[in-house]
Design a protein around this ligand. Structure first.
Ligand code: ADP
Ligand code: MG
Length: 453
């Protein structure tokens, strides 16, 4: 790689300063370790040693970095992230599942550099799951197999799964790891069935060193996928390869999971993650603010932790809110500012409450771990269509908007679509326990956030 002309340290300082000012939400303390190495042919080359970080930057932060580079230099620069090992300067895509076509690589869940063991705070609620995750990453296939982690939304399951993947990749960069959501596994499978590429599919999944599937509870009801997953599981298990699964319920509680899979899941270690206690919540908030490079008053974590005891994603949400409020008003993050920032979301009392459409969407996207843009999109895949229909049903139940208004809101759909969604959810929830439970939990979240009306 050409090393001249070396950009000045100034560029590095200005780059991070620009990002911290304009895109604080993407900034991490390790951004200081990103080294500008070269400006050549209209391209600013940035060195990022860690493959997971590099891949993450490339896939999610390219636009802000490009904007920053252009704003600082006044030139129309492109930005490229490279690693030390690649002379050519091209960041190799991280192939987690061997032999996947580039388009299929997108199906892989992206590993977040935030989700490593170093940033995971251990407390009574997650001690077992954490210890098991560490043991598994140190001894693939030899410690606990399968490792099955279950628990409520936002309690760190995905974080632990990704920490396992990243630890293994760091020790053995050539390890063949498949890390997917259950929906993606199912989509890939059905896609291969349709196009007659089952050989490919089996080859791909049965040659892994470790298969990690997030939110395996979505497997229920999908018979064909369940069958295939069972065979994938067996073939990996018999070959001594590691399996790691997460779920919102224990194996015995996942509706419609075949008995043979229940018993497979139970034969390794089943570890539950529980809600964090107060001390753990405080420690998590401190760790998160350090990770985000936030300068907050010491008493803010205690204040937030005393108000929010539901899940960790919501704890983080409050921290983000305080930061946003402080930034928008040009204030430092003191306890007083935090109180003002969070004044609106007092816990509800028993007085009547009125959910807004925004709360409905927040609760649904939180539960299904999907993006708002997906809900509003034209995508009709079941993993998006069902949450969208639930949103519509909840909007009909809890708000006074008309069918037309709701349809318009969700990506310009007409009133018959909303009517169809309403009827379908109404009908299905009477027979489908899984759906009924999901709606129950979503409504619980909405109730906890509804303002006192
Ligand atoms: P789940 O998959 O169980 O729904 P996630 O793993 O997505 O939950 O966690 C939600 C958020 O909370 C993530 O940002 C994650 O980093 C954070 N988090 C969860 N548990 C912990 C923990 N013990 N320490 C630090 N952060 C945590
Ligand atoms: Mg998750």
């Amino acid at each position: 790689m050409r090393k001249t002309p070396a950009p000045t340290d100034d560029l590095k300082v200005q780059l991070t300063a620009f990002l911290r000012k304009n895109y604080p939400e993407i900034c991490r303390h390790w951004f200081d370790e990103i080294e500008p190495v070269d400006v050549d042919g209209g391209v600013l080359t940035l060195l990022v040693g860690e493959p997971v970080r590099r891949n993450y930057l490339q896939r999610t932060c390219l636009a802000p970095f490009t904007e920053a580079a252009q704003a600082i230099t006044g030139r129309l620069l492109a930005v490229r992230f490279v690693g030390e090992e690649c002379e050519s300067g091209d960041a190799p895509p991280m192939t987690l599942v061997g032999g996947l076509a580039p388009s299929e690589l997108d199906e892989q869940l992206l590993l977040s550099p935030d989700y490593i063991f170093d940033t995971f705070v251990v407390g009574p609620g997650n001690r077992l799951a954490h210890a098991a995750a560490i043991a598994v990453s140190a001894n693939l296939g030899g410690a606990y197999n399968p490792l099955f982690i279950h628990g409520g939304v936002g309690l760190g399951k995905t974080h632990l799964l990704q920490a396992i993947c990243q630890t293994v990749l760091r020790q053995r960069p050539s390890a063949r790891i498949g890390y997917l959501s259950c929906q993606t596994f199912s989509e890939l499978f059905l896609g291969c069935v349709k196009s007659g590429r089952m050989q490919d599919f089996r080859h791909r999944f049965r040659n892994l060193d470790m298969l990690v599937i997030d939110d395996i509870h979505f497997l229920s009801k999908r018979d064909q996928t369940q069958e295939e997953f069972f065979h994938t599981f067996n073939s990996l298990y018999q070959a001594g390869k590691q399996l790691v699964l997460s779920s919102d319920a224990s194996p015995n509680e996942i509706p419609d999971l075949e008995a043979r899979l229940v018993s497979r899941f139970n034969c390794g270690l089943v570890a539950r993650v529980d809600k964090p206690c107060y001390e753990t919540r405080v420690a998590i908030l401190k760790a998160k603010s350090a990770m985000l490079g936030l300068d907050i008053a010491d008493d803010i974590p205690a204040f937030i932790a005393s108000r929010i005891d539901t899940n960790i994603r919501e704890l983080e949400g409050s921290l983000t809110k305080v930061r946003g409020f402080a930034m928008a008003n040009g204030l430092t993050m003191t306890l007083d500012v935090a109180k003002r920032a969070l004044a609106d979301d007092r816990p509800p009392s028993s007085v009547s409450t009125k959910p807004t459409i925004q709360m409905i969407i927040d609760a649904v996207t939180l539960y299904y771990d999907i993006k708002l843009s997906d809900l509003m999109s034209k995508r009709r895949h079941k993993s998006i269509a069902l949450p969208r229909q639930i949103c519509m049903w909840l909007a009909r139940k809890h708000t006074r908007y008309s069918l037309e208004e709701i349809g318009g809101y969700f990506g310009g759909r007409d009133h018959t679509t909303v009517l169809h969604a309403e009827k379908k959810v109404e009908r299905t929830r009477n027979t489908d326990l899984e759906l009924a439970q999901a709606i129950d939990r979503i409504e619980g979240t909405i109730q906890r956030h509804a303002p006192v009306g």
